[in-house]
Design a binder for this molecule. Structure first.
Ligand code: HMG
Length: 382
């Protein structure tokens, strides 16, 4: 199960990651809010949250990630037949984020361009649609540029504040040189108000305990489909090279694993082995970044892929509030071991500046809220 012949089926041909240039350690936030830092570090599993400076946002992140993915791809931008951006940080109710990205990348011509929204699930939906578009061979020879980009901010003092973060992952969907994506997938959806952001609200409204419950139920429902009829669920879970999850905060993933323990009657030893060997290794970057909403799962997948031998099969579980979830298999491709995208993350983590609580408070008071986006005169005349 954990290995198959390396193949270049439809999947990810190149990955680029972009993180913002600022961050804040949890100790600063704990001091500011009069909280015990152990609650953030151990209770939630968060160490550092990525932050954007004034005037820097989802488009900068998306374009940075896209340039990195394109720069390492053997194709040419003229081979792109679809640009799709998954995000819940939309700048406009009408104009898709993909138009801002295309403008920055100088793209125009015969390609589809759109934005996908379903909370943190939007990036995965964009990827799944691109894979299905490629399998359908709608535009022979063309590739898709898929980007998951978000800036996660809660109201100051909100319980979600220590889980904030930001980042973007761009993936070129073509052959599976980096990773192939299985055609089969296991979705689950239920309408819920666990986390939502009404039009005009700068920050999300959250029913915290309900959101944890929804996430865990979705995990069980998706894995029950994957493992349907399996006599040895533990052996099957352990046969995968890794299991990646959406990471709103690392402790959430541990809760999801506990839910799988209940669903498949795993004992304590099995649960610990499953978490420590198959899940925990891919949480390292997320702990340093925070929740990047649509990008969080893909940051975890990118972290894990570089450690897998070509042909190894892993799973990806996506969750988006509202709520929708999907689980599917990913097979490490012949180029995954090079892990070229790790340089993006390592250089961004090394070069970012850690801000103190006072600077964070100042940043928040200037809040980067885009209420209306007026096209610059240059863009109209172009
Ligand atoms: P809270 O109420 O502040 O936290 O909010 P708590 O009191 O429940 O404590 C959290 C944990 O810290 C607990 O551990 C405490 O025991 C522990 P647990 O019982 O869970 O294992 N704790 C301590 N540990 C060590 N030392 C201490 C200490 N004190 C307490 N001194 C909550 C937590 C997650 C609700 C909040 O952060 C929140 O609202 N976050 C946003 C919502 C969220 O992330 N939900 C996750 C599922 S929904 C999702 O993933 C979708 C999402 O990404 C959005 C999208 O789809 O677009 C959010």
């Amino acid at each position: 199960m954990s290995h198959s012949e390396p193949q270049a089926a439809v999947g990810i041909a190149s990955i680029g990651v972009q993180l913002p240039p600022l961050a804040m350690d949890m100790s600063e936030l704990a001091q500011l809010r009069g909280a015990d830092v152990n609650k953030y570090r151990h209770g939630l599993g968060c160490d550092v949250m990525a932050l954007c400076p004034e005037g820097y946002g989802v488009v900068d992140l998306a374009v940075g990630a896209a340039k990195r993915a394109l720069g390492r791809w053997r194709g040419d931008v003229s081979d792109i037949g679809l640009v799709s951006v998954g995000s819940e940080s939309a700048l406009d109710m009408s104009r898709p984020l993909s138009a801002w990205v295309a403008s920055e990348l100088g793209l125009r011509g015969n390609f589809r361009s759109y934005e996908v929204k379903h909370a943190c699930y939007g990036g995965t939906l964009a990827l799944r649609q691109a894979v299905e578009w490629k399998l359908a061979n709608v535009q022979p020879g063309k590739a898709a540029l898929v980007i998951a980009t978000d800036v996660a901010l809660y109201a100051e003092g909100d319980p979600g504040e220590p889980t904030q973060g930001a980042g973007a992952v761009a993936m070129i969907v073509e052959d599976g040189l980096v990773a192939s994506i299985a055609r089969a997938s296991y979705p689950y959806s239920e309408p819920a108000f666990d986390f939502w952001r009404p039009v005009g609200c700068a920050f999300p409204l959250v029913e915290g305990p309900l959101s944890l419950d929804c996430y865990q139920r979705a995990t069980a429902a998706c894995y029950e489909q994957l493992l349907a009829g399996e006599a040895e669920p533990f052996a099957r879970l352990m046969a995968y090279g890794a299991h990646c999850f959406h990471v709103p905060f690392p402790k959430m993933v541990k809760k999801a694993v506990s839910m799988l323990g209940q669903a498949f009657t795993l004992d304590e030893g099995q649960l610990t082995a499953f978490f420590e060997e198959k899940v925990q290794p891919s949480l390292a970057w997320n702990k340093q970044i925070g929740n990047a909403y649509t990008a969080s799962l893909w940051i975890s997948v990118a972290d894990q892929l570089r450690r897998l031998a070509p042909g190894t099969i892993m799973t990806a579980f996506s969750y988006g509030s509202g709520f929708g979830a999907e689980l599917f298999e990913i097979t490490a491709g012949p180029e995954c071991a090079r892990g070229a995208w790790a340089r993006d993350v390592e250089s961004d983590l090394a070069s970012r500046r850690l801000v103190k609580a006072s600077e964070y408070t100042k940043l928040r008071s200037g809040e980067r809220r885009v209420t209306a986006s007026v096209p610059p005169a240059a863009a109209i005349s172009a």
